[in-house]
Design a protein around this ligand. Structure first.
Ligand SMILES: [Zn+2]
Length: 443
C-alpha cells in the first residue's frame, strides 16, 4: 500500500541534514521517494499543509513494565526507590498487568511521536510485554531484566538463579527475535552490576558474542551505586564492566552520570553506547551526566525517558528540552545546540541499536518510521523565521504530534490511537494496578 504525504517540511536528518519542502512517499514499510513534488498514484494522500515531517523519535532507555506505577514512587533516591517501591511492585505483576502496563506506555509513546525504544522489562513473564509490543505496532529492542545476586535484597517475586536467568533470556531471544516483520528484537539485560553475580555478567558477555545479541544495562547512575561496586570489586563501575566484557558497540549503558576520566576513555575507545536520561537523573537526584564532554571526545550518546515512575512521563520532547537545558547553568548557553540534541533523539538512537542503515532519518529505502508535527499552536507561531531544531527541542510539545507511523503503519492520527483500544485499556489497567497494589499490601 502506498501512502503519499504532500506539502511537508521534511526534517530529514540525512548526512547533509537537509530540510526539504515537499513530499514523501511510503510503500508498505519503507520510504520509496522524497522530493519537491511526487506525482504517483497512491491509495492514500495526506496533505500536511507545511507541518514538520520528522524521523520517528528513538528512545534508547524505557521500562514499559513500570508505566503502571507512575506517580507511586516520588521523591526518593535510586537505591531506595528500587528497594522500597519499584522492585516489590515489579515483583507483584501478573500477565495481564504487564500487558496493560506496556500498552499504557506504548500509547503515550505513539502520542508523542516515539516509534522505537530500548525496553528493559521486569524479571518474569516478559512474553506479555513482548506481546503488547507486537500487537501495538511499536518497534523495540527489548529484553527481560536479569537479577541473580542472592545478596542484593531482591524481593521474592523477582528472584531467579543464574542458570534460569540466562536460560530464559536465551529462550526469549530464540522465540521472539525478529518477530513482527523485524520490529521486535531481543537483547540481554542485566539490571545493573549490584543486582547481578559476576558469573552472570561474564556469561552474558560470552553468550552475546556467540549469538550476536545486544546487551543493555544501567551503569554509574547513582553515586551510592558506584561506591557499592567499588567496595565489592575494588574497581570503578565502568572498569569492572570492561573487565567482564560488557563494553563495546553492542553494549547500551543507561545513565553514565558518575564517570572519571579513565572511564570516559574506556567508553569512547570501546564505542560503547550511552543513554542520557536527564529527567530521570534530575528526579532521582542522581546528578548531571557529562554529556558535552562525552560528545566532545566522540562518544555515542542517545536519549531516553527511563520509566514512568522516575520521570513521570515518556515524552521525548521533554527529554530533548531537558537534555539541552540541564547543561547550560553549568557550562554556558552554547554547550549543547538544539540540533545536537535532536540528533541524539533520532540518528544517534538508530546507531545505538545498530540500525543506522534503516532507521533514524528520512531517506529513500529506509523504514517508514516517522511523525508529523503541527506548528499551528500559539507556542510555535509565527514559524516562518525560526530554526526547525529550535522549534522541535524548545517549543514543540507531545500534543503537537498529529500522526505517528511505524514500519509503514499509521499507529496514531489526529490524536487517536489506532492500534490500542483506549477506553478498554483504561478500564483494564485500573483493575490491574489494584491487583498489584493488593499483592504488595498497599491497599
Ligand atoms: Zn532505567
Amino acid at each position: 500500500m502506498r501512502i503519499l504525504f504532500k506539502n511537508a517540511t521534511l526534517v530529514t536528518m540525512n548526512k547533509q541534514r537537509e530540510i526539504i519542502k515537499g513530499d514523501l512517499l511510503v510503500n508498505d514499510s519503507v520510504i520509496e521517494a522524497i522530493g519537491p513534488e511526487i506525482v504517483v498514484p497512491a491509495e492514500r494522500v495526506i496533505d500536511l499543509h507545511d507541518d514538520l515531517l520528522i524521523p520517528g523519535l528513538i528512545q534508547t532507555h524505557i521500562h514499559l513494565c513500570q508505566t503502571l506505577f507512575r506517580g507511586l514512587a516520588d521523591d526518593l533516591e535510586l537505591l531506595d526507590w528500587l528497594k522500597i517501591k519499584i522492585w516489590p511492585l515489579e515483583g507483584a505483576h501478573d500477565a495481564e498487568s504487564l500487558y496493560d502496563s506496556a500498552q499504557l506506555g506504548i500509547g503515550e509513546l505513539f502520542l508523542g511521536g516515539t516509534t522505537t525504544i530500548v525496553d528493559m522489562e521486569t524479571v518474569h513473564q516478559t512474553e506479555h510485554a513482548f506481546q503488547a509490543i507486537l500487537d501495538s505496532g511499536l518497534r523495540a529492542l527489548a529484553g527481560k531484566c536479569m537479577m541473580d545476586n542472592p545478596n542484593a535484597d531482591i524481593p521474592p517475586g523477582l528472584r531467579e538463579s543464574t542458570v534460569d536467568s540466562l536460560q530464559e533470556s536465551v529462550n526469549l531471544y530464540e522465540k521472539y527475535h525478529g518477530q513482527g516483520n523485524g520490529r521486535l528484537e531481543v537483547a540481554f539485560m542485566p539490571r545493573f552490576v549490584i543486582s547481578c553475580t559476576d558469573q552472570l555478567l561474564k556469561e552474558v558477555s560470552r553468550l552475546a558474542k556467540e549469538k550476536n545479541v545486544y546487551i543493555h544495562t544501567h551503569a554509574s547512575e547513582n553515586f551510592g551505586e558506584t561506591k557499592k561496586v567499588q567496595a565489592r570489586y575494588g574497581l570503578r563501575n565502568i572498569a569492572l564492566l570492561d573487565q567482564v566484557g560488557l563494553t563495546g558497540p553492542n553494549i547500551i549503558l543507561a545513565h553514565c552520570v558518575w564517570l572519571d576520566q579513565e572511564e570516559m576513555e574506556i567508553l569512547v575507545n570501546s564505542g560503547t553506547r550511552i543513554v542520557h536520561c536527564p529527567s530521570s537523573n534530575l528526579k532521582l537526584a542522581s546528578g548531571v551526566a557529562p554529556v558535552p564532554e562525552l560528545l566532545k571526545r566522540g562518544a555515542e550518546v542517545s536519549l531516553g525517558a527511563d520509566g514512568a515512575p522516575c520521570n513521570n512521563n515518556l515524552d521525548c520532547f521533554v527529554e530533548m528540552r531537558h537534555a539541552a537545558l540541564i547543561q547550560k547553568p553549568l557550562q554556558g548557553p552554547m554547550v549543547m545546540s538544539a540540533r545536537q540534541v535532536f540528533e541524539m533523539a533520532t540518528i544517534a538512537g538508530a546507531r545505538a541499536i545498530g540500525h543506522e542503515h534503516d532507521l533514524g532519518s528520512l531517506e529513500v529505502s529506509k523504514k517508514a518510521d516517522l511523525a508529523v508535527i503541527s506548528r499551528e499552536g500559539l507556542h510555535t507561531w509565527p514559524n516562518g523565521h525560526t530554526d526547525v531544531y529550535t522549534q522541535l527541542v524548545y517549543q514543540v510539545q507531545a500534543s503537537d504530534v498529529r500522526l505517528t507511523m511505524v514500519d509503514g503503519q499509521i499507529v496514531m492520527h489526529n490524536r487517536q490511537l489506532l492500534t490500542i483500544d483506549v477506553p478498554r485499556l483504561k478500564q483494564r489497567s485500573a483493575g490491574s494496578l489494584d491487583r498489584v497494589l493488593k499483592r504488595v499490601g498497599l491497599i
